[in-house]
Write a new protein. Sequence first.
Length: 151
Amino acid sequence: MLMTLTSAPAAAHGDSKQSAPRNISTTEMAFGREGDPKKVTRTLQVDMSDRMRFTPANMTAKQGETVKFVIRNSGKVMHEFVLGTMKELKEHAEVMKKHPGMEHDEPYMAHVAPGKTGTIVWQFTRSGNFHFGCLIPGHFEAGMIGNVAVQ
């Protein structure tokens, strides 16, 4: 799994945009898997700001729940919302320092331009304390991180 997260970020970034619909990934991560948009049980609105904060920064979910995150960038600079464990986020943040222009194309990541909105549909298949962060260099270190407690 570590190899997946340390190698996937580099491969998952780039300037290409998908134009054709893609299948829902069945890859199971420590914090769940991509959710089926037809099975969303709740929508959570998240704001990202240039104050280097997420609002709300703390959320809860139930194990098995499929959540749609609607992530708005109310700032004037690029921000991103990346779900993961704290260890994975820290490792990915280090990769981002070496490759600051990378864009994300994984189901647990949303790279959102200023004034725009992104979405992630995620199924929390395991209980635990998971996190989300903005891994653009300097943002994570400035405290742009949040928590999802899954029970």
